[in-house]
Design a protein around this ligand. Structure first.
Ligand SMILES: [Zn+2]
Length: 170
């Protein structure tokens, strides 16, 4: 990135801000020669494709991601802002990684990893939809794989059991 003042080829990034609304990343730069500061906008190439289970492709959409996470977080202590923040973080990470393609499975795993840190109930609920547990044993195996550090474990575990039975009735 050439300095607009002296034409020197090298500059350092002093501040980076993602402005997804503008579909651009704004960077403050400083010329390594004349030390003048300038701003650059890098547009984001949004050609990330999600490969679905049936082999078809779909454009990655943050909206869809938000809906999926929101459904899992309903009636939990996870706020709407947290859902938006998480979806935005995942989108930003994907854009930053500059990959062109991701499978719905990989995307699901990423969401699960984040939800696991955020809220156990939301995590399990997402996993139920995503992994399509076919019997209660699969669900319990998934529960076993979670390390509970929370003191509210028993209380939460009870809620999870109620939830899993409720979902079996469908
Ligand atoms: Zn310069």
């Amino acid at each position: 990135m050439k300095c607009p003042f002296c034409g020197f080829e090298e500059s350092k990034v002093t501040d980076s801000r993602s402005a997804m609304e503008m579909m651009a990343i704004k960077r403050r730069r400083e010329c390594l020669k004349c030390e003048q500061r300038f701003t650059t906008f890098e547009t984001i190439d949004l050609t990330l494709q999600v490969r679905k289970r049936d082999g078809t492709y779909q454009d990655f959409q943050e909206e869809k991601l938000i809906k999926g996470i929101e459904a899992a977080c309903r009636y939990t202590r996870v706020s709407h802002d947290q859902v938006l923040g998480l979806a935005h973080k995942i989108s930003s990470d994907l854009m930053a990684s500059q990959i062109r393609e991701i499978t719905s499975r990989e995307l699901g795993e990423i969401v699960m990893k984040h939800l696991q840190e955020l809220d156990t109930v939301a995590y399990i609920r997402f996993a139920c939809v995503y992994k399509r547990f076919t019997d209660i044993k699969d669900l319990l195996d998934a529960l076993d794989s979670i390390k509970y550090k929370d003191e509210n474990f028993l209380q939460k575990n009870t809620k999870l059991k109620e939830m899993s039975y409720a979902s079996k009735k469908k």
